[in-house]
Design a protein around this ligand. Structure first.
Ligand SMILES: CC(C)C[C@H](CC(=O)NO)C(=O)N[C@H]1Cc2cn(c3ccccc23)CCCCCCNC1=O
Ligand SMILES: [Zn+2]
Length: 168
């Protein structure tokens, strides 16, 4: 789920991100790598570039948290909702939260952080959910190959918001 700041988009091409609280399931270095890779799923098909910032004022704040965690959308414990993100905007806009009551993984045991983060960052950039099960923005988790996550629909939608990238 996500708050649908309908029609919102970033009005800049360089988007900053920061990682606040980590999960204990995966090493911080691996979390950093997976988050960077998940952002670049979108960076490759748009003019956007993502830069790591160590400020709390970064556009996209990434946090792992459980249950009540300071926004109006408390997580629900193991399973259920895995993560949520907010559409572009100041403050909590763009932020992505991952439920730390889930088992997060870089592989296939548990929920794959790269796949979930790529979905959440779609919201952080202004995309809503898709009814097409092939789309990365489909609202239920599906283990899929880590190459070529984006459906044609996902690429069209991000290009409507930001124009095309070197690979789209
Ligand atoms: C797309 C994903 C990365 C993020 C979405 C949330 C989202 O859209 N974030 O932006 C998510 O977590 N979807 C649930 C949807 C869901 C599936 N079930 C549920 C049972 C209860 C509550 C929710 C669910 C059935 C049981 C499986 C539960 C574990 C997997 N959960 C899901 O797939
Ligand atoms: Zn979603």
């Amino acid at each position: 789920d996500y708050t649908d700041n309908t029609g919102s988009r970033w009005t800049k091409r360089i988007i900053s991100y920061n990682i606040g609280r980590y999960t204990s399931d995966i090493s911080p270095a691996t979390v950093d790598r997976l988050i960077d890779s998940a952002l670049n799923v979108w960076g490759r098909v748009s003019p956007l570039t993502f830069v790591r910032s160590f400020s709390r004022e970064a556009d996209i704040m990434v946090d792992f948290a459980a249950r009540e965690h300071g926004d109006s959308y408390p997580f629900d414990g193991p399973l259920g909702t895995l993560a949520h993100a907010f559409g572009p905007g100041e403050g909590i806009g763009g932020d992505a939260h991952f439920d730390d009551d889930e088992l997060w993984t870089a592989g296939s045991h548990g929920f794959n952080l790269y796949l979930v983060a790529a979905h959440e960052f779609g919201h952080s950039l202004g995309l809503g959910h898709s009814t097409n099960p092939e789309s990365l923005m489909y609202p239920t988790y599906k283990r899929q190959n880590q190459h070529n996550l984006l459906s044609r629909e996902d690429v069209v939608k991000i290009n409507i918001l930001y124009g095309r990238g070197s690979l789209s």
